[in-house]
Design a protein around this ligand. Sequence first.
Ligand code: UDP
Ligand code: MG
Length: 312
Amino acid sequence: MGKPILSIVVPCYNEEKCVQLFVDSVAKIKLAVAYEILFVDDGSKDGTLAAIKKECANKRNEGVKMRYISFSRNFGKEAALFAGLKNASGEIIVTMDVDGQDPPSFLPQMIAGIEDGYDSVATRRADRKGEPIIRSCFARLFYKLMCKFSNVALVDGARDYRMMRRKVVDAILSMPENNRFTKGIYQWVGFKTKWIDFPNCERVAGDTKWSFWKLFKYSIDGILAFSTMPLQLASGLGAVVCTGSAVSLVWIYLRALIFGNPVAGWPSLVCIVMFLGGVQLFMIGILGAYMAKIYLETKRRPMYFIAEASDS
Ligand code: UDP
Ligand code: MG
């Protein structure tokens, strides 16, 4: 078997029901290039690793190289993607979810895009069908905020289903940050990218690993990783509050000159003091969030540990 040209990197976390379906769905597509499938088991607690090993041992996919890496615990999809990209051997690399939401039927079109001279071929969902309304509202808001606040123009609906040339992958791997927000990293490295739209697909089996709050936290991480705008918010707000208070001072002084100085207004004073206290705490919170990220980055901890891997 020759060296595979295409590496398919597949992060898996508790996906025992999806592994075999995934391999079968890829096998159905006749790819013009030799390929390998590299599973990254992200510390699954169910039978995912066993299912992956079974697929690797299975001879029905002759000519397809099957490999796996298994983490010592769950490190998250970002770490799994990084490990997959780092260990992929192909000249072209594609990252795909194992749950069928990234249809393999697009692979030939993506390969054609690379052959046409694009450095990467990315996909995005054309709609958000099947997603709770509140979730899509927040997703839209997040993309808007991200565009305003940072210098990476994230694409709404972009998936992690992306085919890249080796040089793009090397660029991604050269970014050593631990707080990885892959969607931002893809945009940040640049390169000539072709976009393919496809309708949203439901998972073939199993459940999503993303609760609303997990997604919310993830989007905050994205903003912290790619924007320093919240840090500048304090100066802006400070300037507004200073101007406001200077204007009110003049107004209160004039009013006292004209109408005298009846003692009143302590409830409004309390409100103002509490409001300012709130603004200050909020700003300290933002500082804290950035500081926490700096603290974690300075530890230089490895992104993951490999507990087990296939032989080659
Ligand atoms: N995944 C992972 N580690 C995690 C969570 C998810 O490797 O901690 C994998 C998961 O197995 C799947 C992909 O990332 O292949 C996308 O996850 P999921 O389908 O839950 O996300 P969604 O499509 O709902 O955004
Ligand atoms: Mg999914």
